[in-house]
Design a protein around this ligand. Structure first.
Ligand code: SF4
Length: 386
């Protein structure tokens, strides 16, 4: 396990300034080109087939590019060194390959690794690598910022900037896997869409990224979890997919009135509606549901909430993760006391609901959703009150 905390690799302010100039030019020159990382594997094969056919190239060129993307984790077309230089140049004329700039990387005492990435237009997103005894889980972002405004979440306080492209979602995986293989000597086993943003509000890009990670990079569907605060049309769409991707509902309160004070989306998609979508998901075969329940002292940890939580979980056979609240810059809340969290877990288990207390990881590097960006920018901007 790593026992050091890495330092800022490039100060955020300097990075922003730098990117403000160069990003404009790279975007303008490449806007019309298709991103190789944004194409689901079948579409990629078709696009490459057409490209190489027009250039009278043999069909094995398609596999060469696919190997560089999915096995070589290529960060640029220039790295595809078994293609002749002329073919690399031709690829660059027709395609782009999304690259993330590493603005900051921090490694926690407990081995959790948080990346702050800068996108080509100067926006920032985060991803987190979480090592446990048997797994290395990557938590990725689906949007720059988030419009959902959940009151317990640093990203929610920062507001929404924009949707991520498929390539920007996928490249968090390829760049993080490269980093993990180089620095940790291991690879990523699981992926959770629990970083910045609401994945099911960016459905096209997220669905395509799921196909690419599963069919291209060969990450098993059961090792990929999509998290949502309850975007019902998105849950129903995910239920229709044949792959057994997992779903995590950010529940945080088992009754609507309380949930509304934490998650504004509860007004548009109230719990009963979310529950019926979850039932459909649960019935669609072999797909597991998890409830995420962040425990905030004096807010959602009253003992009376255990009974409705049990009822909800049993109705969709959900597993419950109890997560001690990770304090954020703009909220004075504190995590529930450990004995209270244990009592919740014990009672859930007693009533036949599998529940676990999720260890808080990377506290020393602000590893909860949106916190690295929040802390990095908090000296630069005043928090928005929403
Ligand atoms: S918890 Fe998720 S959906 Fe809610 S504001 Fe944070 S990132 Fe957005």
């Amino acid at each position: 396990m790593l026992s050091w905390v890495a330092k800022l690799s490039l100060p955020v302010e300097r990075f922003k300034k730098h990117m403000g100039f160069s990003a404009h030019h790279s975007i303008m020159s490449k806007r019309s080109n298709t991103d190789l990382l944004s194409l689901p594997p079948e579409d990629l094969a078709r696009a490459l087939e057409k490209h190489f056919r027009q250039r009278d190239q043999p069909t094995y060129r398609i596999d060469q590019v696919r190997r560089w993307l999915y096995e070589g984790l290529s960060g640029s077309i220039d790295e595809m060194t078994d293609l002749p230089m002329s073919e690399r140049d031709a690829l660059k004329d027709s395609f782009i390959l999304t690259e993330l700039e590493e603005a900051r990387v921090e490694v926690s005492q407990d081995g959790t690794v948080k990346h702050l990435w800068c996108l080509s237009d100067g926006e920032f997103i985060e991803s987190v690598l979480i090592p446990t005894r048997k797994r290395l889980t990557l938590c990725i972002s689906s949007q720059a910022g988030c419009a959902m405004g959940c009151t317990f979440c640093a990203t929610g306080w920062g507001g929404f900037q924009r949707q991520l492209t498929t390539g920007e979602i996928v490249s968090q995986y390829s760049a993080s896997r490269r980093w993990a293989e180089h620095h940790l000597g291991t690879t990523i086993s699981n992926i959770v869409y629990m970083g910045m943003g609401e994945p099911l509000s960016n459905r096209k890009a997220v669905h395509d990224s799921l196909s690419i990670l599963n069919q291209g990079y060969a990450v098993g569907a059961r090792r990929i979890t999509v998290s949502t605060v309850g975007v019902v049309p998105g849950i129903l769409e995910l239920a229709e997919r044949p792959e057994q991707f997992r779903l995590a509902l950010s529940l945080h309160a088992p009754i609507s009135e309380l949930r509304l004070s934490l998650i504004p989306l509860e007004k548009r998609h109230p719990l009963p509606e979310v529950l019926s979508a979850l039932k459909r998901f649960n019935q669609s075969g072999g797909k597991r549901i998890t409830f995420e329940y962040t425990m905030i002292r004096g807010v959602n940890d009253a003992l009376e909430l255990i009974a409705p939580l049990v009822e909800l979980a049993r109705s969709v056979e959900a597993y419950v993760n109890l997560i001690p609240f990770n304090p954020i810059p703009y909220q004075n809340w504190e995590p529930s006391e450990l004995h209270r969290i244990k009592n919740f877990a014990k009672n859930l288990n007693k009533h036949g609901v599998p529940a676990a207390i999720r260890e808080t990881r990377g506290r020393d590097i602000d590893a909860a959703c949106g916190q690295l960006k929040a802390h990095a920018l908090v000296q630069l901007e005043k928090p928005r009150q929403s």
